[in-house]
Design a protein around this ligand. Structure first.
Ligand SMILES: Cc1cc2nc3c(=O)[nH]c(=O)nc-3n(C[C@H](O)[C@H](O)[C@H](O)COP(=O)(O)OP(=O)(O)OC[C@H]3O[C@@H](n4cnc5c(N)ncnc54)[C@H](O)[C@@H]3O)c2cc1C
Length: 356
């Protein structure tokens, strides 16, 4: 059985590791490097270089280092089209992650290593007194704010940091309501200003302008206000809100028979987190080889959240089910996970810590 795996992130590498274990013929399509996204904020503060978070996995199977453009089912086969190749396989696992959703011009997204590197370049150009506006107070926005606030506390900068949140509450997408009051407290402690109901409508003359006409001065505007589904053309698939690919209970793209979707690209109920992406990739292989017939059961979901939000190297919030714990636990756990995941990616032996 031949499987084509699109993407070389958490979902794609985990799927490939499972496919190797069960003796499938593998062709992987995507960049020849793996990016460790959960530590992107550390690039902004200079605690990490981009090279620290990019590794070249030891692929033991065919790799086509190109972007997949189209995936089409034809009879009992699936065809993946890239700029220079046509790949045929019995099954496809789509794991291209998501893309930043940016309805406003003139902002800098923070979703890939290249984005973090570009923001760092801009910050260095403006200098130590930069006024930074972060749009969005989800995991990415909070970690960016915390990391930049740490540069001020460490005496490296005098950054003025402001978070603009369009919703009436902080961190509206983070599970566990207990987090919100804690986050508000921590932002005040780290002198990060925040405004709620501040829907950004445009950027003009170095100012961020909200829908209700308020203006916020900004040298750099970091966009951390959401993601959208991948742009790969999959004619048999149906798309959910913002272009995420709808999946059935077995993680197959709805409307397709031989295409599975793993990780952030799917509209599955799992949280969009690395652990779930790895579990999806592994499960897809188990299902296509008839080793698992029962529907996919997420481990991390809004009913069962476990996440670690860092605010620099010494502070943060850990969410473990209904409990939210402030302090050093979050950065400590994330540092351990960073070492573990990067080492698994290097070896191209990625498997979910919580088995499927
Ligand atoms: C700043 C930040 C902080 C985060 N913090 C955490 C955290 O603390 N804990 C946690 O669990 N999760 C965290 N996440 C989320 C986590 O990184 C994602 O859930 C995870 O990366 C999803 O894995 P994936 O395989 O679906 O996608 P990705 O890891 O994004 O991998 C997708 C891969 O597909 C490639 N690709 C894209 N398009 C194509 C194409 N057309 N053809 C071929 N290849 C393609 C990409 O280049 C990439 O290699 C964070 C994310 C960000 C951005």
């Amino acid at each position: 059985m031949r499987v084509a795996i699109i993407g070389t992130g958490f979902g794609g590498l985990s799927a490939a590791t499972a496919a190797e274990k069960y003796g499938l013929e593998i062709v992987q399509i995507g960049p020849s490097h793996f990016e460790y996204l959960p530590s992107l904020a550390k690039i902004l503060s200079g605690r990490k270089n981009s090279e620290d978070l990019i590794v070249r996995p030891a692929f033991r199977w065919d790799l086509i280092p190109e972007k997949a453009l189209k995936v089409v089912e034809e009879g009992n086969k699936v065809k993946v089209v890239t700029e220079n190749e046509r790949v045929e396989a019995d099954f496809v696992i789509l794991a291209p992650g998501s893309e930043p959703w940016m309805p406003v011009q003139g902002v800098s997204p923070l979703y890939r290593v290249s984005h973090a590197r570009e923001i760092k370049r801009k910050l260095d150009k403006v200098g130590k007194n930069a006024k930074i506006v972060i749009v969005g107070s989800g995991l990415v926005g909070l970690e960016a704010a915390g990391e930049l606030a740490w540069t001020r506390e460490a005496g490296l900068t005098e950054y003025e940091i402001t978070i603009l949140e369009g919703a009436p509450e902080l961190a509206p997408t983070l599970p566990c309501w207990k987090v919100r009051s804690l986050i508000a407290k921590l932002l005040r402690k780290h002198k990060v200003k925040y405004y709620l109901n501040a829907l950004v409508s445009r950027i003009e003359d170095g100012k961020v302008i909200s829908k209700d006409g308020k203006e916020f001065e900004a040298d750099v505007v970091i966009w951390a206000a959401g993601v959208q589904g991948p742009r790969i053309d999959v004619p048999c698939a149906t798309r959910a809100r913002r272009g995420f690919i709808e999946v059935d209970e077995y993680l197959r793209a709805k409307g397709c028979k031989r295409i599975y979707v793993a990780g952030d690209a799917s509209s599955s109920k799992s949280l969009k987190m690395a652990e779930e992406a790895m579990r999806h990739g592994w499960y897809a292989v188990l299902h296509m080889t008839n080793r698992k017939r029962e529907p996919y059961k997420p481990f991390l979901s809004s009913q069962n959240p476990i996440c670690f939000i860092t605010l620099g190297p010494k502070d943060g919030v850990s969410v473990i089910r209904k409990i939210a714990i402030p302090g050093r636990l979050a950065p400590t756990v994330k540092d351990i996970l960073e070492r573990l995941m990067i080492s698994m990616a290097k070896k191209a032996k990625m498997r979910p810590p919580i088995p499927v």
